[in-house]
Design a protein around this ligand. Structure first.
Ligand SMILES: *Cc1c(COP(=O)(O)O)cnc(C)c1O
Length: 454
């Protein structure tokens, strides 16, 4: 019986020669289609010999259909775009900062063709990839020199390795942070070969704590590091010396001061109703020798670690062997240059998506939300969008949310996810925050929700 049923299954060649396979062969090629056919045949064989109730051998058409869905599933890219309706602007899991049109174009053009990455058109000689971003970064921030690496974690590792290997890094206890993704400052410091010299306490560190530590270890300190708190705030009975005072102290003892800003605001955030976020320009004018920050947080550009500061230190970093291992690629440099141009042209809030979202007026959100609510039978309630990405942790922007009461909220949001729409659930209702949805996606969002509700 069993053998008979197995014999009734068509062979691999028969299935590949079936007319219905022609499309698959064209789309996926012979090797992949053959693998798929073998796979579904193996599954059928296993089923036919098992105790399963359904023991009718599948037809050739059925098998080819199964092979087709297997092929589609297996070859569907897992990294693809989606709609972020969560209201978290720099959502790390969703790719942080979306790029401006100009940054996308710049990336595409160097992706498609050969480029001047390390080539000087005038002399016809080899040049340096850092020139494409360095001048722009210096003009935007006022720094003497700049260097771009893979991300800010790498930037920090490079600074510590190049300037503090086998020596002490003086840092306040309140700044020994973990910023997520297993990135803890003490571990990074370990990797760099630098020695941690903690000063002060979790909530209070005074300038004399720094000085006492520096004097106590006599010439063993390499630098003072200031870390942005990133994703948390210490409130209450707290104190930390200001950067200019730390700089004065460091320089008095011949130590450079490195400021890791994390999110790297280049604009004054109070102008957008947010708390003051230390800017890169501020750190530099306070005298910090090296300032590092991410390219894809508040800068609103591609993933990158940006180092700016004094020429002498930047030059040391540039020639360090580790710099080669963590260098930025051409796509990143193209997108970052285009992003910096928005700052120079004073068109940040119009062009850079992150800042467009931060500065989006409540009335714009209201009009779009009303349209969405009307179309899907939702209601509007006031709510809060967040910056995210370890930036301005406790800060929220007033927004309007569209709430949709549906039976089975979990399964509904799962179906939305399958249609590449990510939402929040609040009080057992689906919640959409249009601040993080590009207005050009509103229609698509509406029609997808309508389809799911139908
Ligand atoms: C985000 C952040 C980093 C890491 O930056 P990446 O670009 O994600 O590598 C480091 N330090 C601080 C304070 C941060 O906020």
């Amino acid at each position: 019986m069993e053998n008979e049923r197995l014999r009734a299954l068509p062979g691999v060649d028969t299935l590949l020669h079936n007319d219905a396979s022609a499309d698959l062969l064209r789309t996926f090629g012979r090797p992949l289609t053959t693998t798929a056919v073998r796979q579904v045949l193996a599954e059928s064989r296993a089923k036919l010999t098992s105790d399963a109730l359904d023991r009718t051998p599948p037809s050739a058409t059925e098998l080819i259909e199964r092979a087709a869905s297997w092929l589609r599933e297996q070859n569907e890219p897992t990294l693809h775009e989606l709609i972020n309706a969560t209201g978290v602007i720099l959502h790390t899991n969703l790719g942080r900062a979306p790029l401006s049109d100009e940054a996308q174009d710049a990336m595409l053009s160097v992706a498609r063709d050969y480029s001047t990455l390390e080539f000087d058109i005038v002399s016809g000689k080899r040049s340096n990839r850092s020139i494409h971003t360095e001048t722009l970064l210096c003009r935007v921030t006022g720094a003497e020199a700049a260097l771009v690496v893979n991300n800010n974690a790498a930037a920090l590792l490079l600074v510590l390795r190049a300037l503090a290997q086998h020596k002490g890094v003086v840092i306040s206890r309140g700044q020994l942070v973990e910023i997520g993704g297993g990135f803890r400052l003490p571990d990074v410091l370990n990797q760099s070969g630098g020695k941690l010299i903690e000063v002060g306490t979790t909530n209070r560190t005074h300038l004399h704590d720094y000085e006492d530590a520096i004097l106590a270890i006599e010439n063993q300190a390499a630098l003072i590091l200031r870390m942005h708190h990133s994703n948390f705030r210490i409130i209450g009975f707290t104190t930390e010396p200001d950067l200019p005072d730390i700089v004065k102290l460091g320089h008095k003892h011949g130590l450079p001061v490195v400021d890791n800003l994390g999110s790297g605001a280049l604009l004054e955030t109070t102008a957008f109703g947010l708390r003051h976020e230390p800017t890169v320009q501020e750190s530099l004018s306070s005298g910090a020798d090296v300032v590092c920050f991410s390219g894809d947080k508040l800068v609103g550009g591609p993933q990158a670690g940006i180092l700016v500061g004094r020429k002498s230190f930047l030059n040391e970093l540039r020639v360090h062997p580790l710099a080669r291992a963590i260098r930025a690629d051409k796509l990143c440099l193209a997108a970052l240059s285009a992003t910096m141009l928005h700052y120079l042209k004073d068109e940040v809030t119009q062009k850079i998506p992150v800042w467009r979202m931060i500065s989006m007026s409540l009335s714009e959100i209201e009009i779009r939300s009303q349209r969405l609510a009307d179309a899907i039978g939702g209601q509007i309630i006031p709510g809060q969008s967040t910056i995210g990405g370890g930036s301005l942790p406790t800060e929220q922007l007033i927004t309007q949310l569209v709430v949709l009461p549906v039976p089975g909220v979990q399964s509904f949001t799962k179906r939305l996810r399958h249609r590449r729409i990510i939402t929040r659930i609040q009080d057992d209702r689906v919640v959409f925050d249009l601040r993080t949805v590009p207005p050009s996606s509103d229609n698509m969002l509406i029609s997808t929700i309508q389809q799911l509700l139908a």
